[in-house]
Design a protein around this ligand. Sequence first.
Ligand SMILES: NC(=O)c1ccc[n+]([C@@H]2O[C@H](COP(=O)([O-])OP(=O)(O)OC[C@H]3O[C@@H](n4cnc5c(N)ncnc54)[C@H](O)[C@@H]3O)[C@@H](O)[C@H]2O)c1
Ligand SMILES: [Zn+2]
Ligand SMILES: [Zn+2]
Length: 368
Amino acid sequence: MAQSARAVICRRLNEPVVVEPISIEAPRRGEVMVKLAACGVCHSDLSATNGTLSMQLPLILGHEAAGEVVEVGEGVGEFALGDHVVSSFIYMCGKCRFCAMGRPVLCVDQGKALTTLPDGTLRTRDAEGRALNVFSGCGVMAEYATLSVENVVKIDRAVPLDRAALVGCAVTTGVGAVFNTARVVPGSSVAVFGCGGVGLNVVQGARIAGAGRIVAIDTLAAKLEMAKQFGATDTVLAQPGEDPVKQIKKLTGGGPDYAFECVGSGELASLSFRAIGRGGMAVVVGLAKPSDSTAVRTMTLPFEEKTLKGSYFGSCVPRVDFPRMLALYLAGRLKLDELITRRYTIDEAPQAFADLQSGRNARGVIEF
Ligand SMILES: NC(=O)c1ccc[n+]([C@@H]2O[C@H](COP(=O)([O-])OP(=O)(O)OC[C@H]3O[C@@H](n4cnc5c(N)ncnc54)[C@H](O)[C@@H]3O)[C@@H](O)[C@H]2O)c1
Ligand SMILES: [Zn+2]
Ligand SMILES: [Zn+2]
């Protein structure tokens, strides 16, 4: 059944997001309609509103949400009414060689669900009946959404939906970068550049993995306090014009084994690479604008056997990693409650984006 709802939309670049009434079509074959409970506000949503990430406008934002299945399309066997689900912003065809080798974040069909559903069509229209694009096949910063079954994962009902939502991006991206991309080993040293929703999850991923030293770096002192709560053993306040590498090397006895760039800057990516010690690995998680580039001192690659690596969505397999993250939460080992600094109503969405821009929150969550 078609559904009326309100959604958070980017109409024009570099303007505040707007909240508008929309209509959502019933799910077609292989799709489900979800009544969303909560959606986290990620820096990637902000990046879509300022052109850092290039996406077709007008765009319904949101890719980090949880809710309940309220309608299932034809041929959908794996979901039933009332199931609790979390959105997944990667599309996985299940058949290409990357999907087959268990690396769906590299699915060759990835681009298929960039701002539409995987079949290239949309179920969302504005009050004038014009089609609205959706962020990464999701567009879940809305009261309802119709999604492909490939973009939703069923979860344990024991986890409150507002907390489960965070597994849809920040948690899986951050913890996954540690577990899956870098495979951090116990006793190693880790540096984390940028302690927002993603970076704080790298910090707690490193703690769970048993890292001995975890150095958190941010330009905001309040973020460093949060990082300590998530497991940072040391903090460095990054000052404009100052190079923190010396201090990081000193704290880690010559440079950490791993460094994670969680801001989205080529300059910081090269700084992370410079910071790591011999045999170290620098992992770029932040999403920089397309024109950005990273320089490394070539010689250090062979002589110091350093690695520069990227991590998309924590190199995860959503159906494996979402339940795994939530199991860690239920076992008391992964912090989700502490990630939500502030909750917003959908009408307060412009404020939620302003607070993200100013770095006020670990994560802000919009509740529907
Ligand atoms: N690779 C992926 O799959 C993936 C997934 C989600 C988000 N991201 C990207 O990760 C990045 C972080 O996302 P987020 O939601 O955590 O953002 P956020 O805005 O919550 O956090 C960014 C943090 O970086 C800090 N910072 C800014 N400049 C800095 C500097 N020069 N040195 C140190 N710290 C600095 C800010 O104070 C803030 O605490 C963004 O680029 C986002 O697009 C990537
Ligand atoms: Zn995100
Ligand atoms: Zn594939």
